[in-house]
Design a protein around this ligand. Structure first.
Ligand code: ZN
Length: 90
């Protein structure tokens, strides 16, 4: 099962979970327990390793990184949706 990374937009907590590819529901944040602002980061685990600091410093210093990340995320999300759409019935 794939390892997914998540970031809570409420408290900026970053965490990982192992989940089924077909489980697209949002988990709740283990830190603040909110689930409505948890964003899934589809990435290679190499992308966010220790102390790159983009999530620690909040939104201010991260424009370049987050836009790169978003476009990567978006294209992967599209691919994934194409494949999952057809298999959700099973
Ligand atoms: Zn949180």
């Amino acid at each position: 099962m794939p390892l997914y990374e998540y970031q809570c937009m409420t408290c900026q907590h970053h965490f990982t979970l192992i989940r089924s590819m077909h489980d697209t529901s949002s988990p709740s944040c283990p830190k603040c327990k909110k689930m409505d602002k948890v964003e899934r980061l589809i990435s290679n685990t190499s992308f966010i390793l220790k102390g790159s600091g983009w999530f620690d410093s909040g939104y201010n210093n991260t424009k370049k990184t987050s836009s790169e990340k978003k476009s990567e995320q978006a294209s992967k999300k599209n691919e994934e949706q194409k494949t999952t759409d057809k298999t959700t019935d099973s």
